[in-house]
Design a protein around this ligand. Structure first.
Ligand code: FES
Length: 450
């Protein structure tokens, strides 16, 4: 029996063994438990795809910064003095200290390393070094440290959503995301002013499981009525016993759809896009029947006209996966990031957005949804967490080597692009693993963009 950790396959030296880990209808357990596979994901998959960094509203002023990770690379997103947004590796070129230590803040016109006070402009270039005379004949300009804080040169601002690709060469932003950007468009367009604002804080908590378990879960429509019966099912039962005429609480509106039937989820459909992206909720969604928010329609129809406003608000996609590790819910204005820490641990972040110009109650609904479903103190999310951690605990069992994704498999699906399929199909998960297989190979150019 192979326990969790490193297998005997030595995947870093054995690309053929890595390619054998994904079959058409199943993937090998080592994708979830092997640290060498994890290292390859960080070095290849997360460096050669476009990964979400943050949102422009987090850094409105010159010097504002936000620290995060891309894969397992530490980065800081900062508003440069020319107002452009830079993404820098958050590592001092001197002795390697993390320069920006807080999650967010304002650094003014430069970063100052807390160890020996080297300073860097907000584009990463060295500004000043104390006791500079000691370096006059030391050849510093030919040292690696002369690069300063290295800037990621492939940064893309998509309507305020900041992405980066760490490798210098690779797939373009447009080719990587293609039509899937329509989900981000829809979330932004739900603002009467076309603007989003990150607000309400970001929930963060560590899950003891592999990051891909969370990604798999987002389009897994065969689990809500089972795994969430104890939470959402209880809310439904309590509501059924409420006296007639009781106004339906917002919390019940948010909880109850998780108990929708297999038939409902199957009919709502799944959109499968290229490069591992896709979304549930094509013709219907668990977010479709929320109550109207007073004043919202008036604001939207005034901003866009009735026809366009109805089109925007009628698009009620459920979960959109942006491969590798983003989940967006347009109709409820939330985003989740599944940040890999190791093969068996993931930092899960849950974000909320205010639709600028929309009634406050709409934002309160987003906050309530995030508290009830995604927060460390939530109810529904813990049902899933229990399943992830049970899987991580026993995937190494000698009884099975493979994890199954065969539901509604179509032998012709691999060559098809941008299709809509049944809502209980696992096609989208297979789409993710086909993409994983392509990007797990080392890129031709593995430079860091300098
Ligand atoms: Fe940053 Fe020395 S480690 S200045």
């Amino acid at each position: 029996m192979m326990s969790a950790g490193k297998s005997a396959n030595n995947y870093k030296q054995n690309p053929e063994a890595v390619q054998a880990l994904v079959r058409e209808r199943e993937v090998h357990r080592d994708l979830y438990i092997d640290e060498d596979v994890f290292d390859l994901e960080m070095a290849n998959l997360f460096a050669s795809t476009w990964v979400f960094v943050g949102h422009e509203s987090q850094i409105p002023n010159v010097g504002d910064y936000y620290t995060t990770t891309v894969g397992n690379e530490p980065v800081v997103m900062v508003r440069h003095t020319d107002k452009s947004i830079k993404v820098l590796y958050n590592r001092c070129p001197h002795r390697g200290v993390k320069v920006a230590g807080d999650v967010c803040g304002n650094t003014g016109k430069f970063f100052r390393c807390p160890y020996h006070a080297w300073t860097f402009r907000t584009d990463g270039k060295i500004l000043a070094i104390p006791l500079k005379s000691g370096y006059e004949n030391a050849g510093l300009d030919t040292c690696d440290a002369a690069k300063g804080m290295v800037a990621v040169d492939n940064v893309h601002d998509y309507r305020g959503f900041i992405f980066c690709r760490l490798n210098s060469e690779g797939v373009s932003f447009e080719d990587f995301f293609g039509e899937s950007l329509s989900t981000i468009d829809n979330m932004i367009d739900r603002s009467p002013t076309g603007k989003l604002q990150v607000e309400g804080g970001i929930f963060r908590y560590v899950h003891k499981c592999n990051w891909k378990m969370l990604v798999d879960n987002q389009t897994d429509t065969c689990h809500p009525m089972v795994a969430h019966e104890s939470s959402a099912g209880t809310a439904v039962h309590v509501w059924e016993e409420a006296p007639a005429g009781t106004p339906k609480p917002m919390a019940v509106e948010l909880f109850a759809p998780f108990m929708s039937s297999y038939e409902f989820f199957d009919k709502m459909g799944i959109q499968v896009w290229e490069n591992g992206h896709g979304h549930t909720g094509v013709s219907d969604s668990i977010h479709a029947a929320y109550s109207d928010i007073p004043g919202y329609w008036d604001a939207m129809s005034a901003a866009y006209g009735e026809e366009r406003a109805a089109q925007i608000l009628g698009d009620v996609r459920h979960n959109t996966v942006y491969f590798p590790n983003i989940l967006v819910k347009g109709p409820i204005q939330t985003l989740r990031l599944f940040k890999p820490l190791s093969a068996g641990t993931t930092m899960v972040e849950s974000w909320t957005f205010r639709l600028v110009g929309a009634p406050d109650l709409l934002f309160e609904r987003s906050l309530m949804y995030n508290r009830l479903i995604n927060a460390p103190t939530s109810v529904v999310g813990h049902d899933d967490l229990e399943m992830y951690e049970r899987s991580q605990e026993v995937l190494h069992a000698r009884s099975h080597e493979w994890v199954n994704f065969a539901r509604l498999y179509d032998p012709a699906e691999a060559g098809q692009r941008n299709v809509v399929t049944q809502g209980t199909s696992e096609w989208q998960m297979r789409n993710q693993y086909r993409t994983w297989l392509r990007f797990i190979k080392p890129a031709q150019n593995e430079g860091v963009g300098i």
